[in-house]
Design a protein around this ligand. Structure first.
Ligand SMILES: Nc1nc2c(c(=O)[nH]1)N[C@H]1C(S)=C(S)[C@@H](COP(=O)(O)O)O[C@H]1N2
Ligand SMILES: [Mo]
Length: 321
């Protein structure tokens, strides 16, 4: 089996996390001592990189890995990062790579709100501090009938949600992407009603396959792939896997997703990969795997039926597409 491996670096060769944090505290203290008139960026230009430092250190330790793509080898890093959908950066497949620098990820915080006992807005480094990272190799199937196999690095969304203690009223989980039209060229056009919004049922969000990804191929997530943190729901069409998430809200009533709002006939709420339910404008029976010639059969629930079919038992999948 030709699986790639990234080198596992012993913990002893990595800057201890405590050291990084001490350094930050010293720098912050310096500011508090009366530099109100000085732009913060000038005083500690590296402050915002706290999450990268922490993440790089974790990535270097070597992580447990699960191969969950039926033994298929990962798509090349080049194909994964040069053929993307990220409309905030443009609608062309190369746009996300070309304009990826417009996505400012430094600093980054994540709001976790709504029906949770522990709501708040958290610096990404503080979110990452609590999460064990792992590698998961998953298929990704776009509704446009192309696909990839991606070695993600991340953590189960369920771990994060449980930490914030959902209330009994939490029935859906809403995700939002950063809204920054000054920098993101795509958000100056009305392709979607920005910010990009996605929604999962709470049981889908809590499913062990549902991941928050912060890296791929053992590295920090490239901007075009949805840095610094994105959702990955491997049994659904790719548009559910929302990128560059700034807000997660647990709610009782389901809001529309951005794609439903734009075209409910073509992009349903569930968006489960299903070779038997065609898109109104094309068949979903087959797909083009990047890096391969020809087409392969699309698998029910993208190959994850054994794990997730029970979430939809009794539902008419032709109707709830
Ligand atoms: N914020 C945001 N998230 C997004 C998109 C987008 O345009 N904006 N595109 C979606 C679509 S249609 C797909 S197929 C996947 C593509 O992920 P990839 O570019 O990493 O392969 O991201 C999804 N997440
Ligand atoms: Mo997609």
């Amino acid at each position: 089996m030709n699986r790639y491996r990234y080198p596992a670096i012993p913990e002893s060769e990595v800057t201890p996390r405590e050291l990084l944090h001490t350094r930050r505290r010293v720098l912050k203290g310096g500011l508090a001592l009366g530099a109100a008139a000085v732009a913060p960026g000038l005083l500690w230009p590296r402050e915002g990189q706290a999450w990268q430092g922490l993440l790089e250190q974790r990535l270097a330790t070597g992580l447990p890995s699960q191969e969950l793509a039926g033994g298929e080898s990962p798509t090349s890093l080049r194909d994964i990062t040069t053929y993307n959908n990220f409309y905030e950066l443009g609608t062309g497949k190369r746009d996300p790579e070309i304009y990826g620098h417009q996505l400012v990820t430094d600093p980054w915080s994540l709001a976790i709100e709504g029906e949770v006992d522990k709501a708040g807005t958290f610096a990404l480094e503080d979110v990452l501090k609590h999460q064990d990272l792992e590698e998961r190799i998953y298929r990704l199937r776009c509704v446009e009938a192309w696909s990839k196999v991606i070695p993600w690095v991340g953590f189960p969304l369920a771990d994060l949600l449980k930490r914030h203690e959902p209330t009994s009223r939490a029935r859906y989980v809403v995700f939002e992407t950063i809204h920054d039209p000054d920098n993101l060229r795509g958000q100056r056009r009305g392709v979607l009603d920005w910010p990009y919004r996605e929604v999962l049922r709470i049981d889908e969000a809590m499913h062990p396959l549902t991941l928050m990804a912060v890296g791929l191929y053992g590295e920090v997530l490239p901007n075009q792939s949805g840095a610094p943190i994105r959702l990955v729901v491997p049994w659904k069409y790719g548009f559910k896997s929302i990128k560059s998430v700034v807000r997660i809200a647990l709610v009782e009533e389901r809001p529309l997703t951005s794609w439903e709002e734009r075209n409910p006939e073509e992009y349903g709420f569930y968006a489960n990969v299903n070779p038997e339910v065609d898109h109104p404008r094309w068949s979903q029976a087959r797909e083009r795997r990047l890096g391969e010639s020809g087409r392969r059969e699309t698998l029910m629930f993208n190959g994850y039926a054994e794990e997730v079919a029970n979430l939809y038992s009794g539902m008419d999948l032709q109707r709830h597409y």
